[in-house]
Design a protein around this ligand. Structure first.
Ligand code: SAH
Length: 353
């Protein structure tokens, strides 16, 4: 089996070049840099084209290293320009990722798992059983594939932001850390901490580690201002209570020095009362944060309905009047089921290889 390049961070690559290819110590940095730059900044995926590297070495590399094993098998374009991609992994499993163009930026929303273990009642991804964690390369390749599609290998980054808001729970995937390291590497994709957002349903025991070792923006899918209600719509709250989350989020902000984004999907008659807004404000007073009110995106078979626009505005205004930051997030791509909480793929058993 060849080594998939996209599974290696910069240090791993140096180690591989030294141990498996026999590159001499003093050239390790240069070679790793040449390979990272060609792969992640020029989008090349064939050692033949790595013209900065001597031909003999290129031959050796192509014998032992492969590139991206995933491929885009379907593309759906929304009327608002959002693109949803169905990505087939090496083992036949599929995940979705989404490109969201905006005036001042272009965001790729990536998946971290095939399926999801959380079963949040309003989320379509939660209806698909967890199949597996994505590997480092399966995470990174989603961005590479989208950049390829958009021909985004020039100086100007069309894909300017990455959000881990696709299928799965990123903080339950131990491969997240290395994948983010590759996204952030200066010789690689070179996304800064403020260009990446990891969204979590609130795995309290993993937040401190993320603060110390990942360091990007963090979003918490809160969706309810008290345990009773949150437990009803998000079973994970039975395990990790809001009080525990707040403690961890305080720590996160003390290390990362950026506010937490609270995600709050507006469900008609469930969590959208002014009383809920009141409770939310009390919660927001405890650590630096902003709230994003998300329009609920419907999907076949779901029992919830979206809150009316005027009521979302009222809710938002209440929070703002109390001196906190509240934004209403426009839904994107919902006509092709590409919006928040609408991603789902058919699960497939791992093929034996
Ligand atoms: N598991 C992680 C990553 C998924 S992010 C997390 O929970 O944060 C996807 C975001 O979309 C989450 O905030 C999720 O709660 C929200 N969401 C889920 N279903 C939705 C729906 N039907 N409409 C709008 N947002 C939804």
């Amino acid at each position: 089996m060849k080594q998939n390049l996209l599974d290696l961070n910069y240090e791993d690559l140096k180690y591989f070049l030294s141990e498996k290819i026999g590159v001499e110590e003093k050239k390790l940095n240069m070679r790793a840099q040449q390979i990272f730059t060609a792969t992640y900044q020029k989008g090349l995926n064939d050692f033949e084209k790595f013209t900065t590297i001597p031909i003999d070495l290129r031959k050796e590399l192509s014998k032992k290293i492969s590139f991206n094993d995933s491929k885009i098998v379907e593309t759906h374009e929304s009327s608002d320009g959002t693109l949803k991609f169905l990505v087939e992994l090496f083992d036949g499993n599929k995940v979705e990722c989404v490109y969201i163009p905006e005036k001042t930026r272009g965001t790729v929303c990536v998946s971290s798992q095939v399926g999801c273990s959380l079963t949040c009642t309003f989320c379509r991804s939660g209806t698909q059983k967890l199949v597996k964690n994505l590997s480092v390369s399966e995470i990174v390749s989603q961005i590479i594939l989208v950049k390829d599609k958009l021909k985004d290998w020039g100086d100007q980054k069309i894909v300017s932001n990455i959000v881990f808001m696709g299928q799965g729970e990123p903080l339950l995937n131990k491969n997240l850390k290395k994948a983010v390291a590759i996204l952030k590497d200066k010789n690689g994709l070179n996304y800064g901490n403020k260009k990446i957002t990891v969204s979590t349903s609130g795995i309290a025991t993993k937040i401190a580690e993320a603060a110390n070792e990942i360091g990007t923006y963090l979003a918490l899918s809160l969706h309810a201002p008290n345990d009773k209600l949150r437990e009803e719509i998000m079973p994970i709250n039975k395990k990790f209570k809001i009080k525990d989350l707040i403690k961890q989020l305080k720590y996160y902000t003390s290390v990362v020095k950026e506010p937490i984004f609270l995600e709050y999907v507006m469900l008609k008659g469930v969590n959208d009362s002014i009383d809920c807004a009141k409770q939310l404000v009390k919660l927001m007073a405890q650590f630096p944060c902003k709230v994003n009110l998300i329009e609920f995106n419907s999907w076949p078979g779901v029992k919830f309905e979206p809150t009316e626009r005027k009521d979302i505005e009222k809710f938002s205004k209440y929070i703002q009047d109390k001196g906190y930051m509240s934004f209403i997030r426009r839904s994107r791509g919902d006509d092709v089921l590409a919006a928040c909480g609408q991603l789902r793929t058919e699960s497939q058993k791992r093929k034996s290889t």
